[in-house]
Unconditional design. Structure first.
Length: 294
């Protein structure tokens, strides 16, 4: 009897659910779901929160028995939709995913087992490959004010500059797990206990910076955020955002200010500087998006 109880406990520890925040990703959503269904460790449940999609997509989703679709009848933004999806799961580990990703078959196994064996870790993310095979810098460290401003300024004119290289943490270990300050929200496996402790994703972030904010909140409670490069995904990127680039640039800059305002809540001069700097940067970012400066 004791052996049976222990076996059941271990089985429960390895359970995880997946929440996909969908927004007009088309066939990429089904590639994402199919990659989840091909994992060596299968999710016990997949929740798709529909921030916006076609009737054709909704019809096709009905073929998946393990998928629950939630239709809030509005675009809630990423954080609020992720929280809604999480609230419809019960597992101790939950993955929040963009719809335009594909997981390698052992990805979930590696990430879930790491969380199981390292209880201080609250968030873990895989190595992310872009569609062209290049590695996306998904494991970051919080930049100094100098690095943040330098990246925000010089990346408008030259993608590869010393500030952006530092900001992207490009030299991180790529063979073994590393503790990091924050992880890309494109694919993040999280422990429910830690999420409950910090109050889930901050719903004031409609899109962008919610991953930085969540990881910082988790680390403020003594948890670790870990990059596990042995687990891998492909992230197409821009499938949904390219449809409304100017609108998304606005949300990006709004989130940047919200993050700065939270970070510098007790430093009014820095908050004011952030507001002015971000307001000035926005029109230049819009111009860049239209003329494709590299």
């Amino acid at each position: 009897m004791n052996i049976l109880k222990r076996s059941n406990k271990l089985s429960t520890q390895k359970e995880y659910s997946a929440v996909i925040v969908e927004y007009h990703s088309g066939e990429y959503l089904f590639k994402c779901i199919d990659s989840l269904m091909a994992q060596t460790l299968l999710p016990i449940k997949i929740v798709v929160v529909n921030n916006g999609t076609s009737k054709t997509t909704l019809t096709k989703l009905q073929k998946y028995d393990k998928v629950q679709v939630i239709n809030p009848s509005a675009n809630l933004g990423y954080a609020k939709a992720a929280n809604l999806g999480i609230s419809n799961t019960d597992s101790k580990i939950v993955a929040t995913l963009n719809p335009d990703i594909e997981l390698e078959p052992d990805c979930a196994t590696l990430l879930v087992e790491y969380l199981q064996e390292n209880p201080k870790t609250a968030a873990i993310g895989p190595m992310i490959f872009e569609a062209d095979g290049s590695i996306y810098p998904s494991a970051r460290k919080n930049p100094s004010l100098k690095i943040a401003v330098g990246h925000a300024l010089f990346s408008l004119f030259k993608k590869d500059n010393k500030y952006s290289e530092e900001y992207r943490n490009a030299n991180i270990e790529k063979e073994a797990p590393s503790k990091v300050d924050w992880l890309s929200g494109a694919a993040m496996f999280l422990t429910r206990d830690a999420l409950d402790e910090v109050g889930l994703w901050d719903e004031r972030f409609f899109m962008y910076c919610e991953d930085i904010d969540l990881c910082n909140s988790l680390r403020s409670k003594g948890y670790d955020c870990v990059y596990e490069p042995r687990a891998k995904i492909i992230h197409v990127g821009g499938v949904s955002t390219k449809k409304t680039p100017i609108k998304l640039l606005y949300f990006h800059h709004k989130s940047l200010y919200l993050f700065a305002a939270k970070k510098y809540h007790d430093k009014p001069l820095l908050k004011l500087f952030a507001l002015i700097f971000i307001a000035i940067r926005l029109p230049f970012a819009i111009i860049k998006s239209n003329i494709h400066i590299d």
